[in-house]
Design a protein around this ligand. Structure first.
Ligand code: ZN
Length: 317
């Protein structure tokens, strides 16, 4: 082996336990990316956290978030099928709103902080449906810069998660597919804990689940790795350990989330096939939909056994 490849940095200690012994578990090609670079995920010998090592220095990650990165192209990337994809994105925001009302006790006047809010359509819906106050934080304002008028009712801030500051204390912190990107997740979770109002509040975290059917089915092609943008992959056990070491008490871990796990399955199949993710996607939609219909019985089991994602609900310890 010998040394760290150019443009990578070695992770000196496990992000969860600080341990320094690990073994490789997956060699993964850069995903949703044209270059055939390869990355290694390792598993900590002590706590079993799976993390990228070596990783790309945070300051150089922008190379993997180009304008033709599929999530940035939104529903429009799907051409004639854009309206159907837009309905899917809307349905995800609706599931998030329902989950937050059920487990986060959010109502009129609640303050909700969404970390890694991106294009803040979840907060927009939450505020409209519940009367809550929505605070969104992201490292970039790319998700709302062009739509200041549409999102004017939200309090949107450009902040590094390590310096989280929502102004006044909040009742709930949400992280939808944010934590797996975070290079210092324990620090972020401690900061999130400090953002809560005195004597209460909650945290809802959705991440890919390394201990899921799609990961076992697809191995190194599993889209949950999303190399090199995802820096850690959690299981229910490692996510609980991280939360409990960061000032939180785990209320429950649901074996599903608000992201459709079938999408991870389909993306994994496309990674294996080596498709061009920057191309127009319309021609792929019929295959996507047919796969969804034929695999729906399997994915209906996700309430019992995780298919690709999970959600933790935690309270301050
Ligand atoms: Zn560890």
């Amino acid at each position: 082996m010998g040394g760290v490849p150019h443009g990578r940095e070695a992770v000196e200690a496990c992000l969860l336990c600080g341990g320094t012994r690990w073994v490789p578990v997956a060699e993964v090609r850069a995903q949703m990316h044209p270059d055939a670079e390869r990355f290694t995920f390792v598993k900590c010998h002590t706590c079993a956290l799976v993390f990228l090592n070596p990783r790309v220095p945070a300051a150089e990650l922008a190379r993997y978030y180009t304008p033709d990165y599929l999530p940035y192209r939104g529903a429009a990337a799907w051409g004639a099928f854009a309206p159907a994809v837009a309905v899917g994105l809307w349905a995800m925001d609706r599931r998030r709103t329902r989950l937050v009302r059920r487990f986060g006790g959010v109502g009129a006047g609640s303050r909700v902080l969404d970390v890694g809010c991106g294009r803040p359509t979840f907060l927009e819906r939450l505020v409209r449906v519940t009367g809550a106050v929505g605070v969104g934080v992201d490292f970039s304002d790319a998700g709302w810069r062009g739509e200041a008028d549409r999102f004017r009712d939200l309090d949107l801030r450009v902040q590094d998660a390590r310096d989280l500051n929502p102004g006044d204390p909040v009742d709930l912190v949400t992280m939808w597919h944010y934590l797996e990107h975070d290079y210092a997740p324990a620090t972020t979770l401690q900061r999130a804990r400090a953002c809560l109002r005195d004597g209460g509040g909650a945290l809802i975290v959705e991440v890919p689940n390394h201990d899921s059917w799609t990961r076992r089915r697809h191995g190194s092609w599993w889209a949950g790795y999303h190399a090199p943008r995802h820096t850690a992959l959690y299981t229910p056990e490692t996510l609980a350990a991280l939360l409990e070491g960061s000032g939180w008490r785990v209320d429950r871990i649901l074996p599903y989330g608000t992201m459709d796990a079938y999408v991870l399955h389909w993306m994994s199949r496309m990674e294996r096939r080596g498709i061009d993710w920057s191309a127009p996607m319309a021609a792929r939609f019929p295959g996507f939909l047919m796969g969804k219909l034929t695999s729906s019985p399997r994915f209906a089991l996700e309430r019992v056994s995780s298919m690709g994602v999970m959600t933790a609900v935690a309270r301050p310890a």
